[in-house]
Design a protein around this ligand. Sequence first.
Ligand code: SF4
Length: 464
Amino acid sequence: MMGSQQPQKELFSYQIDLDRRVRSDHPLRRIREVIDFGFVRAEVAACYGANGNESVDPAVILKMMFLLFFENVASERELMRIIPERLDYLWFLDYGLEASIPDHSVLSKARARWGHEAFEKFFVRTVGQCVAAGLVDGGKIHVDSSLNEANASCDSVVKASPELIAALKTAYQATASKLADASTPASYEAVNDRVVSTTDPDAAVVRKGAQPSRPRYHHHRAVDEAHGVITAVETTPGSIAENKRLLPLVRQHETNTGQSPQTVVGDHKYGTVENFVACQQQGLRTHLGDARAKQHHARSEGIFPDSAFTYDARTNTYRCPAGQRMPPRRLHPTKRTWEYQLPKTVCAACALRAQCTRATAYGRTLHRHEHQELLDRARQQAHSAAARRDRQRRQHLAEVSFADAANHHGFKRARWRRLWRVQIQDWLIAAIQNVKILLKHRLPPVATAGAALSLTVPTGFTDR
Ligand code: SF4
């Protein structure tokens, strides 16, 4: 049975009113005035029966998890140990001085009972409050990602055949999961199917720069242009590249803010052909770094660049420097590029061959995307002065957002295991960062703080 916490003042035993002991500008006081933690009772009510022992109030549990990351407390055990020592924590949680603090296990049990939806809802509500407070531009988003350590050691990694690794993952899913969607989604294909961490099979064993391989998660987020409000968050195994989650982040931003972005800003890792074309098809201005500019092909050095060939849209052919017409040969099924090539005998007899190709068996080959016009437009936008300015601003917004999460809220290492729990951690940290932005920019002076209670979800905001 779901419990409900009543504020405990205990004026008679100690003559101490905690409400008066917590200073008027205490951050937790301001958070309590702005954030409605009570919404979670309705969210998780279906998870509790009508009879039996009364639970700890879900709002108190959510506040405890908030404190865990807001104060970056080392562990849930540690949090429960220090709550009785801290008057501000007791007041924030509506406990009195003599209240018995629940065992730390109530937090893990609540996560298993509620699932991840309640935490996602909490994050989305903070986005909605920022929108309502006028802190979200909505039209321009900056995307970035961070590869963080899973809560699993390198010693937990085992190597085996792909079949055995698949069987191990299935066994873990069957025994460890209480939630239907607790395991890695099928859409996240494993890059390396010969290794798995036995303590966290959802984490992918990947390298990070020059650091050795270990179990890791990839954290993706979209940050709004105006004040750095985090509008979209996704956690994946470390093997899922950032460029694969660009469009899902855009969609999540639209859902969470009720606004469609016009410009998306990211570094060269996001500037792939697929993303350029997809963004243009959706009417998004692509201020992404160009992944092609970072690639170096030694084989193409010293030979005619692609720009030396002239495309004729009327005949769908290229004219090569020797004046020959190169016809389309085949469409690559996944890259969606047409291949243009002359018969090898033509190139073999060409006087310019040494300057044109290093291929020995065939002549020169050119590639053209089936939506090349969109690709050209996207690259033009990516190389514009405005795009370069936006990418500089991205370093301030997105990277500062990750640095704040890492330095103050324990973002760099997963506290828990399995993808759905790590996603909860990310939602909580992102929600806390949004709350901090809300307090910094929009909270009226404490004397009139009651006005902040009237923050509502904006028109058009989709509350998931
Ligand atoms: S090698 Fe082939 S493609 Fe290149 S210039 Fe000569 S004929 Fe044209």
